[in-house]
Design a protein. Structure first.
Ligand code: NAD
Length: 273
């Protein structure tokens, strides 16, 4: 197999939520594969920490503080990216997550979930991918090429208990991925591809409170249940996502658009029996 299939030399990759655990690892992987990398994150400390790691490996990179829910801030980021790098070839819509206040539990019933928390989760995960796709997708439409990768979740196929807003928003991301793939190919260029990755269960900051007891660090009942339903018998690590990401953004996937790839240790394939 030719190395050119996975070559990203000189490509410019922009990652929203790039200061995060999973997306930070994706940024490193894209850089190691030859891409120039732009970390976009609302949190300057998180963004700069990943930027430092990229630069320490000699990867050409920048970090921009931007909010995926504020169009002005995204437009400012585009101006800076165009003046520093001249273009955007790859967009990873990585900013996303759940919120404790939008999660049912012993002290919070479905009937009492605050509207504000539900809105926050829906907006961050859905609108927070649509707005950057508009702003960066316009650049791709002009150049008639580009790749967008959305980050969905296993709970988009079948909702998980407790996390109502997050499940609904990620299901909407799958639908949006298909919609945008068709729209871009039909209206702008067949060389603009849009796909998504649906990670299974990864032990990270945002879901720790559901998987492990805050005090003891032991698995919660839910954490145990998840491992029981994961044929591979473990949580994922950020590196588990890399092969799928590199494949989706590289020429190797040039006839692939509109799909959602589960990376979940077999969770979605297992009926539990
Ligand atoms: P994380 O919480 O470690 O990082 C998310 C990053 O997004 C943070 O650096 C945060 O500052 C940034 N961010 C939040 N709101 C933002 C905004 N409005 N504008 C710009 N940046 C913003 O998350 P992660 O674990 O790396 O997850 C990355 C993606 O993977 C998310 O979409 C998440 O929903 C999805 N996912 C995670 C898991 C998991 O197990 N962790 C599983 C499935 C899917």
């Amino acid at each position: 197999m030719s190395d050119a299939l996975f070559d990203l030399e000189g490509k410019v990759a922009v990652l929203t939520g790039g200061g995060g655990v999973l997306v930070g690892a994706m940024a490193m992987a894209l850089g190691r594969q030859g891409a120039r990398v732009v970390i976009m994150d609302r949190e300057p400390t998180a963004a700069n920490e990943v930027l430092g790691r990229l630069r320490s490996e000699g990867i050409e990179a920048d970090a921009i503080v931007a909010d995926v829910l504020k169009r002005d801030s995204l437009e400012d980021a585009v101006s800076r990216i165009l003046s520093n790098f001249g273009r955007c070839d790859i967009l990873v819509n990585g900013a996303g997550g759940n919120k404790k206040e939008a999660t049912t539990g012993p002290d919070l019933s479905f009937f009492d979930l605050p509207e504000q928390a539900l809105r926050f989760v829906m907006d961050l995960n859905l609108l927070g991918s649509i707005l950057p796709s508009q702003v960066f997708g316009r650049l791709m439409a002009k150049r008639k090429e580009g790749v967008i990768v959305n980050i969905s979740s296993m709970n988009s196929f079948r909702p998980l208990t407790k996390i109502i807003g997050y499940s609904a928003a990620k299901a909407a991301i799958n639908n949006f991925t298909q919609w945008l793939a068709v729209h871009m190919a039909q209206n702008y260029s067949p060389d603009i591809r849009v796909n998504a990755i649906a990670p299974g269960f990864f032990e990270t900051t945002q879901n720790k409170f559901l998987l492990r007891d805050e005090k003891t660090g032991e698995l919660t009942a839910r954490g145990k249940q998840i491992l029981d339903h994961t044929p591979m018998g473990r949580f994922g690590t950020p590196e588990d996502l890399i092969g799928t990401l590199i494949w989706l953004v590289s020429p190797a996937a040039r006839f692939v658009t509109g799909i959602v790839v589960p990376v979940d240790g077999g969770f979605s394939a297992y009926s539990g029996v």
